[in-house]
Ligand binder design. Sequence first.
Ligand SMILES: Nc1ncnc2c1ncn2[C@@H]1O[C@H](COP(=O)(O)OP(=O)(O)O)[C@@H](O)[C@H]1O
Ligand SMILES: [Mg+2]
Length: 372
Amino acid sequence: MTNPPARTRVALVFGGVSSEHEISCLTAGGVARAMDPARFEVVGIGITADGAWVRIPTDELVGYEVVDGTLPRVAADRAQAVLLRGADGAEVATRDGDRLLDVVSIDVAFALLHGPWGEDGTVQGMFEMLGLRFVGAGVAASAIGMDKDLMKRAMAAAGLPVGPWVAITPAQWRDDRSGCLERVNALTFPVFVKPARGGSSIGIAKVDDPSTLEAAIADAQRYDPKVVVEQGFVGAREVELAVLQDLDGPPRVSLPGEIVMHTDDRFYDFDAKYLPEEQVTLQVPAELPPALLADVQDLAARTFAAMDVEGLARIDLFITPDGVPWVNELNTMPGFTRTSMFPMLWAASGLDYPGVIATLVDLALARPMGLR
Ligand SMILES: Nc1ncnc2c1ncn2[C@@H]1O[C@H](COP(=O)(O)OP(=O)(O)O)[C@@H](O)[C@H]1O
Ligand SMILES: [Mg+2]
């Protein structure tokens, strides 16, 4: 009899200090349930809303679900988790006072974190320092993808179609407010005011005329001192595509899905994203004429390549009424619950949820450490 191959030990890291804590926990529960126990051993590492790292046993993690309308959260009273760099790579341990218990090696980290301190290169940098392979984009691509100003600059420099925007840093707002407003007023209204490093549409406002601009900027600054203001795409369709790297070929691009809002006065805001009874349909796959379908898939592939992403990304586009696709944003760690767009796009493209997760771990295992 031959020994079964050793299981891959995967540290799922979830929760976190961002406003997307609960969504991250929900995602982690779904991912843990979808990982084949014959192939993978899950190590649950929760980050509490205060930023503490704790061990969440797998049997607790697989129970992370919506219960009576309440989303799961990382319990703060669990044993402290410690990540360290051992002689042969990264290890995780449980802290008991001044002792470390249950020290085991980890093969791959999968951070299911959204927003700052998770999707923005910070945790990716920590994994690099620990000598730990991880799922998804590296430090630089994560940081650029998180910041809507840096992201658009990089895309524009790569020749990708992005709409006009201006960035307002805290120093510019303090020292030259009228100059900032002048730059914004050079855009055509409506404009969208956004925290530069936000997500889930939190803090985003559609501003129809200059009279309410300053209030919208002040509101966005409550979430991020750096703000971007973008010219609005009027009457545009919104489509999203998923990209997954391939072990031995070019990245695969999914079929597109479309966000269909049933009201004219709304955009894809927080409620529409997470409250299912709201007036939005995710149309998967999107119905596009063949030439436009080819165009959007090509644009998604070019965006993935130009932004130097690894593993996965969701690329969100606008299609203006004249049939031209524009890039809205790239998400290096898209929503990942079973009913999120990313897994739905792969399901429509022939790859099921456990298959997507196994592919991501295999991609992480296969890639070299350090500069690549
Ligand atoms: N320039 C724009 N023109 C038209 N609609 C926009 C524009 N920017 C954002 N929106 C609307 O706001 C939503 C959220 O904006 P987005 O930049 O995707 O932020 P987030 O990172 O929070 O998802 C979009 O899905 C879209 O409905
Ligand atoms: Mg978005």
